[in-house]
Design a protein around this ligand. Structure first.
Ligand code: HEC
Length: 92
């Protein structure tokens, strides 16, 4: 049982070896066309978490990055937490 718990500690601490790092992904890929001010400008057009997922996919597809859902979700979480502050849907 003890061994089992230790295995999960790196996941809980968000180690990049196990979980996509939304902030790092964003820094590396998403700041060439716009900076983070588009997320907080008065007339920003993303107004729900679903729209945010769609927009991240759209921008990511423009870059031809072919991210996994995990990467998209990590960046959506990062943007939501730091800029948009939508509620997380209870289904997740
Ligand atoms: C090829 C250029 C380009 C890149 C690279 C890019 N975007 Fe965008 N993004 C745009 C454009 C253009 C808009 C629309 C800006 C506007 O309406 O003024 C936009 C808008 C957005 C918005 C909506 C802002 C709002 O109004 O609420 C989000 C969220 C966003 N981008 C996320 C991302 C993410 C995440 C990445 C990295 C995967 C990324 N973008 C990379 C071009 C890009």
């Amino acid at each position: 049982m003890k061994k089992f718990l230790w295995l999960f500690i790196p996941m809980l601490s968000g180690s990049p070896a196990f979980a996509a790092d939304g902030e790092a992904l964003h820094e590396a890929n998403c700041t060439q066309c716009h900076d983070s001010s588009v997320y907080t400008r008065d007339d920003h057009f993303v107004t729900s978490r679903d729209e945010l997922v769609s927009q991240v996919r759209r921008c990511e597809a423009n870059l031809e990055l072919t991210w996994f859902d995990e990467d998209v979700n990590a960046v959506v979480d990062y943007l939501d937490r730091n800029y948009y502050k939508f509620e997380k849907p209870s289904s997740q």
